[in-house]
Design a binder for this molecule. Structure first.
Ligand code: C2E
Ligand code: MG
Ligand code: MG
Ligand code: MG
Length: 271
């Protein structure tokens, strides 16, 4: 910010801000180094059929094994990676790694149909994003139908830009899901234009979903609406039997959550 203020302006930093700035710089150089030295890893969380209990897909979730701080969660470094532009190489690595892993599981006869990968707005807005996805599919040999890209409402806000790109992705045979649905500046008007396959109901609705609750009414309504639009529905953050019971009374296709399994490294998924 101070850069764009011009030479003649003063910029005041409190000691607190200095600390913030240096922490950020430190973490930014750590991020670069981490990427170069292979400190990132993908964990996978099963997406499970409500009706049959079968695993239908996996969501890839990034983890950072920091040499000093230990495991750093994506909530703590994805925003910084976005601010610094490092999300571009990092996001590319995630996509490559997830496709490579999925291809390996297909070859092993794993029987799982889908790999879902989170895509940041900054990544999606790159002019060569579609080409990158194509390149990675070609490189890894993964058939496009196995890949699903998870996007949030922030990505899709600028509809004149995003809808044509989403359509290109869909025309390649790759699936698209709308993540954290219900938490953004919703957006019922977008829904009619988006070429979505899946809508993921945000955990915040699931958390307080009890029989007769307002959350239950909203979850109900989201599922019905999604089906009328021919989207599949995944409920996020199912933590207990009671929540799953409530959900099985709905026509919701799939769920994810600690109740079935937390995200796990590939070695544990294979077991
Ligand atoms: P998300 O895509 O909505 O992922 C769901 C988050 O909920 C994950 O947190 C997952 O571990 C957590 N979760 C799953 N089931 C439960 C449950 O039953 N209870 C609770 N309390 N939590 C549950 P995680 O892995 O920390 O990721 C947080 C967010 O970071 C993700 O939210 C996503 O927005 C972002 N993220 C993660 N990996 C990537 C990535 O590779 N690229 C990008 N751009 N963003 C990522
Ligand atoms: Mg997600
Ligand atoms: Mg989510
Ligand atoms: Mg989220």
């Amino acid at each position: 910010q101070s850069k764009s203020n011009g030479q003649n302006q003063y910029c005041f930093f409190t000691p607190d801000m200095n600390e913030e700035v240096s922490k950020k710089l430190l973490l930014e150089s750590d991020l670069r180094k981490g990427l170069k030295e292979g400190q990132f890893q993908l964990y996978y969380q099963p997406q499970v059929s409500v009706a049959s209990g079968e695993v239908k897909g996996y969501e890839a979730l990034i983890r950072w094994e920091h040499p000093e701080y230990g495991m750093v969660s994506p909530g703590d470094f994805i925003p910084l990676a976005e601010e610094t532009g490092l999300i571009i190489p990092l996001g590319r690595w995630v996509l490559e790694e997830a496709c490579r892993q999925m291809m390996a599981w297909i070859k092993d006869g794993g029987g799982v149909l889908r790999m879902s990968v989170n895509i940041s707005a900054i990544q999606f807005q790159q002019p060569d994003f579609v080409q990158i996805v194509k390149d990675i599919l070609a490189e890894t040999g993964l058939p496009p139908a196995y890949l699903e890209l998870e996007m949030t409402e922030t990505i899709v806000q600028d509809t004149t830009q995003s809808i044509p790109v989403m359509k290109e992705i869909r025309d390649m045979g790759v699936k698209i899901s709308l993540d954290d649905f219900g938490t953004g500046y919703s957006s019922l008007s977008y829904l009619k234009d988006f070429p979505l396959n899946t809508l993921k109901i945000d955990k915040s609705f699931i958390d307080n979903m009890e029989q007769g609750s307002r959350e239950k009414a909203i979850v109900d309504a989201i599922i019905h609406m999604a089906h009328r639009l021919e989207f599949n529905v995944i409920a996020e953050g199912i933590e207990n039997e009671a929540q799953l019971q409530l959900l099985s009374g709905e026509a919701c296709e799939e769920y994810q959550g600690y109740y079935y399994s937390p995200p796990l490294p590939s070695s544990k998924i294979e077991k």
